[in-house]
Design a protein around this ligand. Structure first.
Ligand code: MTE
Ligand code: MO
Length: 409
């Protein structure tokens, strides 16, 4: 890090307009972090544990929590497994695929215990392309408003993959749903130390989502493959739930048990975590509902923060994704070089699908007075990203307009 002093100087000498942008980021609690955590000068305090390894930023190794660098992330519409973020709450469990059984129980007529071979032999296999993103994606920007705990994700806690397996709805039909079935719980085989005990990672989704069997986009999938390769241990081998359009936390890795119930799962990751709360009082936790769908969002991946760019036409690129509402796609991605006074519509360079990100690029006119680029996306429902997202205690769902400081001249 011998270049650090220079980089700090560069950040501190940025123009008043760029400073204004940071203050806007900092919002009401301007006394929090002085500059964006992705500014090199602030690395040490914002992300102490972060190390870089090749294409990945590694936040923790045991368990593994890592995200790709932004320039790597958007190289292709389908994210290669090597550059797909990993978010694990405990070390990978050791599972013997030969003796592995998925159990399906609760409000069903016929509880099931299925081996991997039976799963493969009994149900039709299907593939979907869908985007997985952590509810904490962009948490480091969220912390500029007021610092929050948790993995300090930049904007790389996202990836788009082709998932193959069997439809959740088919498995549930085989088990036979009882009339009062309203939610489907998923339980992982991992062991997470929580308080005095050990708990598995759990999720649940409403029965209507679980039973969606739309051609090409089922509500849920029990997957054994990612990008046509067997799942890796980091991504949940041998079996993982995938719930397109929902936050990553609903796609349970190392899936061992499905429970059909009349209520959402009591597991910590549904009953307490993954909720939008501000104060964190017991009543607020109890009264807030679990998060399901991910929000409309967009990010500039190139140029990178504080890049030195020549004035004139500048190529800007990144990703955008629609909210997880059924049938919603990205309608428009726009970039501004003048604090949102004027916008240039970007070109979408990838397929456009429900529950999937798009990649985009734009050529922007940049003069020497430009200190920041901004992106915002609009979806097919007509919704546009907010300029700033509301602060919440856990730093989830940050989808304010993305600003990247640049050094033009
Ligand atoms: N069993 C289990 N499933 C899990 C998790 C976990 O820690 N354990 N993390 C969840 C979270 S918070 C996210 S964002 C995604 C991350 O999936 P990935 O590591 O394959 O990218 O997995 C989800 N499924
Ligand atoms: Mo997550």
């Amino acid at each position: 890090m011998h270049t650090m002093p220079q980089q700090i100087t560069a950040a501190e000498s940025s123009s008043s307009s760029s400073r204004r942008a940071f203050l806007r980021h900092a919002g009401v609690a301007g006394a929090g972090l002085a500059v964006a955590p992705w500014l090199p000068g602030d690395r040490s305090s914002a992300t102490a544990a972060e190390t870089s390894s090749g294409n990945m930023i590694v936040h923790t190794t045991k368990p593994l929590n890592s995200e790709p660098k932004l320039d790597v992330l958007t190289k292709s519409w389908i994210t290669p497994v090597e550059s797909f973020y990993v978010r694990s709450h405990a070390p990978n469990p050791k599972i013997d695929p030969a003796s592995f059984r998925l159990t399906v129980e609760g409000l069903v007529d016929r509880p099931l215990s299925i081996s991997l071979a039976e799963l493969d032999g009994t149900f039709e296999s299907t593939s979907v392309v869908s985007t997985m993103t952590c509810a904490g994606n962009r948490r480091s920007e969220h912390s500029l408003i007021k610092p929050v705990g948790g993995v300090p994700w930049q904007a790389g806690a996202i990836g788009n993959a082709r998932w193959s397996g069997v439809r959740l709805s088919e498995v549930l039909k085989k088990a036979g749903l009882k009339e009062n079935a309203k939610h489907v719980w998923f339980e992982g085989l991992d062991e997470i130390a929580k308080g005095d005990g050990i708990i598995p990672f759990g999720a649940s989704i409403p029965i209507s989502k679980a039973m969606t069997d739309a051609e090409g986009m089922p509500g849920g999938l029990l997957t054994t493959k990612m990008n046509d390769q067997p799942l890796t241990p980091d991504h949940g081998a041998p079996l993982r739930g995938v719930v397109p359009g929902y936050i990553g936390a609903r796609s349970v890795k190392w899936l061992g048990k499905i429970v059909v119930s009349d209520r959402p799962s009591p597991n910590h990751y549904v009953a307490t975590a993954y909720k939008l709360v501000r104060e964190g009082t017991p009543i607020e936790w109890a009264e807030s509902g679990p998060l399901y769908r991910f929000p409309l969002n967009s990010v500039i991946c190139s140029p990178e923060p504080n890049a030195k760019i020549a004035t004139g036409k500048v190529a800007v690129s990144g990703y955008a994704y629609p909210s997880g509402q059924p049938g919603t796609t990205i309608a428009k991605v726009e970039v501004s070089a003048d604090d949102g006074r004027s916008w240039t519509t970007a070109k979408i360079t990838s397929p456009l699908r429900e529950h999937c990100w798009v990649l985009w690029k734009a050529d922007i006119n940049v003069s020497s007075s430009v200190s920041e680029l901004t992106v915002r996306a609009t979806d097919s429902r007509g919704d546009t990203q907010p300029e700033a997202a509301d602060w919440n205690l856990k730093g989830y769902m940050f989808n304010g307009c993305y600003h990247v400081p640049v050094d033009a001249g």
